[in-house]
Ligand binder design. Structure first.
Ligand code: ADP
Ligand code: MG
Length: 234
């Protein structure tokens, strides 16, 4: 469960202060699928980054499973993030000097997993890239790179997966492939899935749609069906 209370994010520079998030409060239960939508600059990436503990808010509280993360010391936060949260970036953010399998193995090795490489290979198999293990990111298409990034984000089986416009740099076929992969992780592992997207078609696959405008919540559509039952209806 993620509990966000009165979250404020202000950035100052050049003598004035920009309020990026202006009092966000929301609760996201375990296993929910959430789309965060809204115009460019409305604060979507900032909100996702704060939930991931990648940044610190100006004010307010974020609790994950009852643990406050906004004032957690950096080393403890890094460990907490590794256990609880997987993060997928729009632009993949793979390490260019590591092969596909080495990229996926990084979080496993950081967590002290003994058979990190074997586990990474199995994860790559699961995202359909078993034959690309030894390829470097530059040798992979955008869609393939994003599948590697999803495998890496999910390597430690975090209960929460965050994705910031994960299909934003992909064509529609590859975008759909990545989206199916994210939904499969939710379905198979019960992962909470929170994704930022511009695409109404992707947002409609999620169980809840939160819309931001000027750093505030403009709407919160929780009345949507679970995507699993929606799929069964098709
Ligand atoms: P979104 O993801 O919805 O497009 P962001 O969360 O990236 O919006 O940004 C919200 C606002 O904060 C924008 O006006 C953006 O220009 C500003 N912003 C975000 N990060 C920074 C930063 N590091 N420095 C200055 N302004 C920033
Ligand atoms: Mg953004």
């Amino acid at each position: 469960m993620i509990q966000i209370r009165d979250l404020v994010m202000q950035l100052s520079g050049g003598g004035h202060t920009l309020t990026v998030l202006d009092g966000i409060s929301l609760e996201i239960p375990d296993k929910q699928t959430v789309a965060i939508v809204g115009p460019s600059g409305s604060g979507k990436s900032t909100l996702l980054g704060l939930i991931a503990g990648l940044d610190r808010p100006t004010a307010g509280s974020i609790q994950i499973d009852g643990i406050e993360i906004t004032d957690m010391p950096e080393a403890e936060l890094a460990r907490f993030r590794r256990e609880k949260i997987g993060y997928v970036f729009q632009s993949f953010h793979l390490i260019p000097t590591l092969t596909a399998v080495e990229n996926v193995a990084v979080p496993l090795e950081l967590s002290g997993v003994a058979d990190a490489v074997e586990r990474a290979e199995a994860l790559l198999d699961a995202v359909g890239l078993g034959d690309r293990r030894g390829h470097y990111p530059v040798q992979l298409s955008g869609g393939e790179q994003q599948r590697v990034a999803v495998a890496r984000a999910f390597a430690c089986r975090p209960p929460i997966l965050l994705a910031d416009e994960p299909t934003g740099n992909l064509d529609s076929v590859n975008g759909r492939h990545v989206m199916e992969l994210l939904l499969a992780l939710h379905r198979d592992a019960g992962t909470t899935l929170i994704l930022v997207t511009h695409e109404p078609q992707l947002a409609s696959r999620m169980g809840r749609i939160i819309s931001l405008r000027d750093g505030r919540m403009a709407s919160d559509d929780v009345s949507r069906g679970d995507p699993m039952s929606q799929e069964q209806l098709r």
